[in-house]
Design a protein around this ligand. Structure first.
Ligand code: F6R
Length: 268
């Protein structure tokens, strides 16, 4: 006997897609959401991403902290991923990235800023520890996500299934190519990473996906307007109860006009 699972989506389930003009507007909207979360719940648990996309967001958060408008002292953070084989002090590690762009510039407590340990001898055990830490913190209140050109979120690469738990990932060639810009040579880009799985992301109270630039247009279109499939990992967010997509004009270029007026989608 064969089974087919049909997911029926209600109109209300649709993602909250916010169209903004450009990278600056996207970053400001994202910073307002993160700041609002921290003001409303000072001991919030934030899920954080690395890469080019959230740099403007982090810049604004640092600026608002310096201006006395934000207090991170009770906040806990969990990053999505880390390369296997890079130590926290390696300049291309995500530990170093977060240190440079956020942790060293605000009053986050270092003991409450978590990333997977890319140097763990037993990756499986480290993945289990990371999930247990997220659960012990009460889960993620607000998860910030970027999107890969192939539709990945965290390092959940296109696959024939969704990985639920934190796991070891063999990065795909297109991801290695895309990330080569941060490394001296293509050969230096690690081939493996540890990534949070879809379980922690889908259990987050609120998810904000940021997308900017024409190289993200196809991934955004497939994730927001296409079918829910592990071939486009970000498409799972269509089933999240509170997912906001902040998309700038270039990244929204392939979204049909009617999407701009339907459901909860609105123009920022
Ligand atoms: C990084 C991460 C990745 C990136 C994605 C987009 O922590 O989780 O999913 O968000 O690869 O990267 P950028 O922003 O560099 O285009």
């Amino acid at each position: 006997m064969s089974w087919m699972i049909v997911i029926v989506k209600m109109e209300d389930d649709r993602m909250d897609v916010v169209f903004v003009e450009d990278y600056e507007a996207m970053s400001r909207r994202a910073a307002e959401i993160v700041a609002g979360q921290i003001r409303q719940k000072p001991d919030s648990v934030l899920g954080l991403a690395t890469g080019s996309t959230p740099l403007g967001l982090y810049r604004l958060l640092c600026r608002w902290y310096a201006a006395g408008r934000l207090d991170f002292s009770a906040v806990t953070t969990f990053n999505l991923d880390e390369y296997i084989g890079l130590s926290p002090t390696h300049p291309q590690s995500y530990h170093a990235f977060m240190q440079e762009h956020l942790f060293s510039k605000v009053n986050l407590c270092p003991a409450r800023c978590f990333l997977p340990d890319g140097m763990a001898g037993d990756v499986l055990a480290e993945a289990g520890r990371y999930d247990a830490r997220i659960e012990a913190a009460g889960g993620i209140d607000l998860q910030v996500l970027g999107i890969g050109r192939n539709g990945h979120i965290g390092f959940n690469e296109p696959d024939d299934h969704f990985a639920v738990r934190t796991h070891r990932v063999h990065l795909r060639d297109d991801t290695i190519q895309a990330n080569a810009r941060f490394f001296p040579r293509l050969a230096d880009v690690p081939r493996e990473a540890i990534s949070v799985g879809m379980g922690a992301i889908m259990k987050a109270q609120h998810v904000v996906l940021l997308a900017s630039g024409s190289d993200k247009a196809e991934a955004v279109h497939r994730a927001v307007c296409g079918v829910v499939t592990p071939r486009v990992p970000a498409s799972i967010l269509q089933l999240h109860r509170a997912a906001t997509v902040l998309v700038d004009a270039d990244a929204a270029a392939l979204m049909p006009e009617k999407w701009r007026h339907a459901g909860r989608i609105h123009i920022g």
